[in-house]
Design a protein around this ligand. Sequence first.
Ligand SMILES: [Zn+2]
Length: 239
Amino acid sequence: MSFPVLISWNTVFEQAGWTVGHCSHCGQLTAVRVDNAVEVVRIYLYPVHRRAMGQVARCDFCERPIRLQRSVPTIGLSEWSPPEGLTALFDTLPPFNEIRPPDRPTTKRLRSLLSAAREAASFYKVNIGDISISLAVGAVLGGVLAALIGMSLFDAKLVHDPIDRFVTLCVVIGLAVGASSAGIIAAVFQRVRTAFDKINTACANYEIDVGRLDELSADYGKVIQQAIQRVRDTTDLGA
Ligand SMILES: [Zn+2]
């Protein structure tokens, strides 16, 4: 008897440190996370090989990629954290210690966060794996309900097809309608959760006026507005 050997490759990002860089979306110098990109080969989910792929940098506020100059100074991961404030980071990294960053995120920056959250929560980025249980439950419920309706219609003598052919057709339609309906609902929840996670992380790390964020969210659609309402509810519960 032979067994299949499952081999997978994927790239993981391991945060290595901090630096300062200019985010064109936020329109200012900001804290930048520097991550090591590592290719990991797994056999049956067990890592057997790691290969360094280089470094990638992201704006810590909107999480968009940033191109850094080779000579930029960096500090270790444990040497700074966002709640300490941008000034503390700038002070540790000459020549940025000569620059005073804004105390609070500017309107441009808040808009950058909202547009980044909207991009991350795009319908096209919904992970099918994350909504697979909803799809399966929706398909089963839709199939069972359609079978019951089909048999009721047959019992009421409203259809004259053979019962097995008619009920099979009802079940197929029920599976499709149930799965797609549940999938659409689950995708909306998934999108709100993705946007919430991104905005809530920024609110936890930076002094964001959530009321101002709420005002601006009118330009970014219902998913972002619902995510901000969840952030407000979470903030109120924590207060
Ligand atoms: Zn940014």
